[in-house]
Design a protein around this ligand. Structure first.
Ligand code: PMP
Length: 377
């Protein structure tokens, strides 16, 4: 009798839906017979500036050593991060993107006997890693699209091992104030690990994003995760990091793969941390682009969730799938987020001003077409 291999997969994995990434430009070009150079991709919260020249140069140099394994301890990158963040290198765990860090944390601190708490509409990787390791996920209803931190703290039980908090959150762009985060940490038992996922923190105004680092000394159960994929513009290289106490970091380093961050990624990430100008431009372009998009949504009378990230979720109504397809036909890729329980919203990443404009015009056109079809239907 033929074996049903589906049934052999561990229980949590049997019910898993793979992470849905943004549609790649080349795929859309093939499907619709479009010229890839005319396609605008605003679907994966990528940095529209292109990579920093400083990072590119460092990556090129590192290519000559492709035959060697990378530094498994990431000495240079950790030293640079330690200098920039004012934490010890013993507090840093490097990851293959911050997704890797999130998974390593889950594997280090949770198993089938653990409950993991996260918010409704929170980043999809939290339920994904929870199920993959056979832990039990507790989804706490959101408040105004954002995390209800009080309800999340109230959901803690003896079985809770881990809580994921995305700040800012993807796909909603909501953010919790420094005070709210601190109040939350103060209300969670110290035996529960709290992950503050700060993938988009560099986009916050002023030095707001440095606040959480100061909490590490007071809250030994805190892990902060960050990434080079967004404001630092290195998404293709897959590099992120966790910051925590030396004790927790030791656990995470036991779990991670020995060479989880490749040599090119390490070199580029180390170099880009000195490119202050690139970071400043990333922030400028993002602030201006968010304004541009929000202004256009106001003009079109579309409601959106005010965002602190490099993307915004806009309510385009109950025809969102049709509008998404209309945009694709016009060579504009955004992200449907029905999988997050947000079937009326599309998430658009902030692009360069001309890319945002292309999207705005394509959206206006798509809305018109859908209206016309309704009238004729
Ligand atoms: N956390 C959040 C909230 C994100 O939106 C993302 C990227 N989609 C990540 C973590 C992971 O990013 P990366 O693995 O590229 O660091």
């Amino acid at each position: 009798m033929a074996i049903d291999y589906q049934t052999l997969a561990v229980k949590g994995v049997q019910g898993l839906m793979p992470y849905q990434p943004g549609k790649p430009i080349d795929e859309l070009a093939r499907e619709f017979g479009l010229d890839p150079s005319g396609i605008v991709k605003l679907a994966s919260n990528e940095n529209p500036l292109g990579p920093s020249p400083v990072a590119l140069e460092a990556a090129r140099k590192a290519l000559s050593e492709l035959c060697r394994y990378p530094d498994g301890n990431g000495f240079n990158l950790k030293a640079k991060l330690s200098e920039k963040l004012g934490v010890s290198a013993t507090q840093i765990t490097l990851g293959n993107g911050s997704n890797d860090v999130l998974e390593v944390i889950a594997r280090g601190f949770a198993d089938a006997n653990t409950d993991i708490i996260y918010s409704q509409y929170a980043f999809a990787v939290y339920p994904l890693v929870t199920r993959a390791i056979g832990a039990h996920g507790i989804e706490v209803p959101a408040r105004d699209w954002g995390h209800d931190l009080e309800a999340m703290a109230a959901a803690v039980t003896d079985k809770t091992g881990l809580i994921f908090v995305a700040n800012p959150n993807n796909p909603t762009g909501t953010v919790q104030s420094a005070e709210a985060v601190e109040k939350f940490l103060a209300s969670v038992p110290e035996r529960v690990i709290v992950v503050l996922d700060e993938a988009y923190c560099e986009y916050l105004e002023g030095d707001e994003h440095q606040h959480s680092l100061g909490l590490l000394a007071r809250y030994p159960n805190l892990i902060i995760s960050r990434t080079f994929s967004k404001a630092w513009g290195l998404a293709a290289l897959r590099v992120g990091y966790g910051i925590a106490s030396a004790e927790i970091t030791d656990i995470l380093n036991r779990v991670r793969q020995p060479f989880n961050v490749d040599a090119i990624a390490q070199a580029a990430a180390t170099a880009v941390l000195d490119d202050d100008d690139y970071l400043a431009r990333s922030r400028q372009v993002n602030t201006a682009g968010l304004k541009q998009l929000e202004h256009a949504f106001d003009q079109m009378a579309l409601s959106y969730i005010p965002s602190s990230g490099n993307f915004v979720a806009v309510d385009v109504g109950d025809q969102a799938p049709a509008i998404f397809n209309q945009l694709l036909a016009q060579g504009v890729i955004v992200r449907p987020i029905a999988g997050y329980g947000m079937p009326r919203h599309l998430r658009v990443s902030v692009g360069l001003s001309e890319e945002n404009q292309r999207f705005i015009e394509a959206l206006a056109h798509a809305l018109e077409i859908i209206e016309e079809q309704k009238d004729h239907g």
